[in-house]
Design a protein around this ligand. Sequence first.
Ligand code: PLP
Length: 400
Amino acid sequence: MSNQPRQAGRHFLQIPGPTPVPERVMNAMSQQILDHRGPQFQALGKRVLSSVKSIFKTTGHVIIFPASGTGAWEAALVNTLSPGDKIVMVETGQFGTLWKVMAERMGLQVDFIPTDWRIGGDANVIEQRLRQDTAHEIKAVCIVHNETATGCRTWPDEIRKAMNAASHPALLMVDTVSSLASMDLRHDEWGIDVTISGSQKGLMLPPGLSFTAVSEKALAASKSATLPRAFWNWDDMIANNASGFFPYTPATGLLYGLDEAIKMLHEEGLDNVFARHERHAEAVRRAVRGWGLEILCRDPKYYSPVVTSVMMPEGHNADTFRKIVLETFNMSLGTGLNKLAGKVFRIGHLGDTNDLTIMGALTGVEMGLDVAGVPHKKGGVAAAMDYLASVAKPAAVKAA
Ligand SMILES: *Cc1c(COP(=O)(O)O)cnc(C)c1O
């Protein structure tokens, strides 16, 4: 028990993942454990292994390991690459950096394209790198679709075009841990070779499932790749998955939850889900501007639909502010990671959110700025409210 008195009402979990789990998903998960080699599991396994493809927009294999997103990063690398292979990665922020550190631990040679952590990956820079590599030594280009640490997106379709323009055969790997089921992602159409994801962000599940969607080209690469792999071996998974089973005990409870979450996403419609995230992101940005604060992402082209990092005014610590918001209003905001520590706080607006939860979160931030004595202007919440109300009006009312 914490020594804090109980705070009434619901905790506002406004970090960019894990995200709140909807009641329907929690209910779906609260079932007795079943035999993972029996017919009841087989039906569930077949169902989720097939329906999850619709979320990645692929007809190929989506491999589900019991792990956090970090596990899927590792699976992607060890299945497709060999020691000493050259790969290109982009330093978009802390997640781009962690993936790079992992690659180096595995003995890969990383060409790490720097940024100032305020922008997404630039397709032109990647194209130049690939054009210079006439010997085709670069085996993979790895990008982070949504850099959760900064709130800057990278456009995988543009990166694919750049790779094609350079006629380069490298694999394209995309980390979609914080973007899948919140931002459009088209594994097949965009020519992605490995799409990496996790359960606890846009998919509205608890942490514990990781995903790799795999192209035919990535599968072919896995036949000759020599990085050591055991647990992460795609072959064992694909062989067992064919009949709905797993090579070892799967996270059965989470798979029940996944089944339900996929249903919910299709009931709302994926395009509506993406539009909702864009709308909430716009509302949050209007609020930030209304407060007279600065958005970390410095180019609107790269604005993230799922998380907004807000820069603290000089002389004020973002973590002190976050602590005050937590203790006063029972809301968790995202912390600044690595070199952004203390300098930014992050407002997560992804997963099972609606206009009123977003407004509640923004109200908590505006009141928190007041309580913490952070210099700001009033009117951020009002600006967000005006925006959400205006886009909610039916077309006829708007025209009148
Ligand atoms: C959360 C996240 C990860 C890592 O996920 P874990 O589940 O914590 O291992 C990787 N990449 C991005 C972009 C993320 O947001």
